[in-house]
Design a protein around this ligand. Structure first.
Ligand code: HXC
Length: 285
C-alpha cells in the first residue's frame, strides 16, 4: 500500500479533530522531523507552538504548517536556545498566554555533526550533550507545570476527549550498540531515554506520560544527509534495514500521533523505536 501524501493525512488511520482544543509545544519544530510531527498534530485538530533558534526559519515553518487546517493557530517562537532554561521557560509562558495551554510536548531540538572520538574536543562533546540532554531537561522543566494541569483537566483515561499531559523526546538507536562518529549523540540520547523513565515514575501519579521515540534512518533529514555523505553510505544503511527502506518523516509523525492519542494512554516510560528493525543490524551483523 502506498503512503498517502501528508495533505491526505486523515485518509485511512486517524480520525478528524482528535486533538481539537489541545496545544502542542515543540522544540525543533521547524526541522524536518519536527515539522512533520507538528503538521500531523495540527492536521488532526491541535494548535501548536514551534520553538527554535532561528527566528526566520521558525516563523516560516509556523506559517506553512498553519495552512494545513483552516483556523489552526500555529505560533513560531524563534530566538530560543534550549540550552538556556530561561529562554525555554519564557517560550512556554508565551505559548500558554497566546494559545491557552500546553497539553503535549515534543522535545525535538538536537545537535549533530560527524566526528570520530579522536577529532572531538571536550567542548564539542559537551555541545551535543547540552543541546540534546540538557535541552530536553530544560524543555521538561519549563513545561511540566502545564502538563500536570492538562492531565488534571483531561484525565487519563478520558471518556469525553483526548487525554492531556504527554511528553515525547526524540531519541535515537545509536546507544544500543555504540556508533562510530556519533559517540556524543549516542551518549546524549542514552541519557534522554533514562530521563524519560524517571519522569514517567515521578509524574505518572499526576497522569502525565513520558516516552521517547527513536527514529532510525529517516530520509530527507539533516542528520541522515550528513551521515549518508560520510563513510556510512545511503546504500549500506538501506541494506541494513530489514524492511529494506529508510523511514519517512510520516513514520515518525504517525508514532507521535499514536503516543499522544488515546490509543497510547497506557504507554509510559518507554521508547518507541521506529526504524524498521535497523538497529538490530547496525552493529554490522
Ligand atoms: C568536530 C565539531 C564539529 C565537527 C562543531 N564542532 N562541528 N567538532 N567535528 N564537525 C565543535 C566545535 O569545534 C566546538 O568545539 C564545539 O563543537 C561547538 O561548536 P559551535 O559551532 O560553537 O556550536 P554551536 O554554534 O552551538 O552549534 C552546535 C552544532 C551545530 C551542534 C555544532 O551543528 C548546530 O547548531 N546544529 C543544530 C542543527 C543540527 O545539528 N541538526 C541536526 C540534528 S540531527 P571547540 O572545542 O572548537 O570549541 C540529529 C539526529 C541524530 O540530531 C540521529 C541521526 C540519525
Amino acid at each position: 500500500m502506498s503512503v498517502p501524501p501528508r495533505s491526505e493525512y486523515l485518509s485511512h488511520v486517524w480520525a478528524k479533530d482528535i486533538f481539537a482544543n489541545r496545544v502542542l509545544f515543540i522544540t525543533g519544530g521547524a526541522g524536518t522531523i519536527g515539522s512533520a510531527q507538528t503538521r500531523a498534530m495540527v492536521h488532526l485538530g491541535a494548535d501548536a507552538c514551534i520553538v527554535g533558534r532561528s527566528v526566520e526559519k521558525t516563523e516560516a515553518a509556523a506559517r506553512e504548517i498553519a495552512k494545513v487546517r483552516p483556523g489552526a493557530r500555529v505560533l513560531g517562537l524563534g530566538g530560543v536556545d534550549v540550552r538556556n532554561f530561561e529562554s525555554v521557560k519564557a517560550a512556554a509562558e508565551r505559548c500558554v498566554k497566546e494559545l491557552g495551554a500546553i497539553d503535549y510536548v515534543v522535545a525535538g531540538a538536537a545537535g549533530n555533526f560527524i566526528a570520530p572520538l579522536s577529532g572531538m574536543s571536550p567542548n564539542a562533546f559537551k555541545t551535543v550533550i547540552d543541546i540534546d540532554t540538557l535541552g530536553t531537561f530544560n524543555t521538561f522543566k519549563a513545561t511540566i507545570p502545564y502538563l500536570v494541569e492538562s492531565a488534571k483537566r483531561n484525565p487519563n483515561p478520558n471518556p469525553s476527549g483526548s487525554t492531556g499531559g504527554r511528553f515525547i523526546s526524540v531519541s535515537a538507536t545509536f546507544h544500543y550498540t555504540g556508533m562510530p562518529l556519533q559517540a556524543h549523540v549516542a551518549a546524549a540520547k542514552a541519557a534522554i531515554d533514562s530521563l524519560m523513565g524517571s519522569v514517567a515514575l515521578e509524574y505518572g501519579p499526576f497522569g502525565v506520560t513520558a516516552n521517547s521515540i527513536a527514529p532510525g534512518a529517516i530520509e530527507g533529514t539533516e542528520g541522515m544527509e550528513r551521515l549518508a555523505s560520510s563513510k556510512v553510505s545511503k546504500r549500506d544503511r538501506t541494506k541494513g534495514v530489514p524492511l529494506g527502506r529508510w523511514g519517512t518523516v510520516r513514520d515518525i509523525a504517525d508514532a507521535t500521533v499514536f503516543l499522544f492519542s488515546d490509543a497510547g494512554s497506557y504507554v509510559n516510560g518507554t521508547t518507541l523505536i521506529v526504524d524498521g528493525a535497523g538497529w538490530r543490524r547496525q552493529g554490522g551483523s
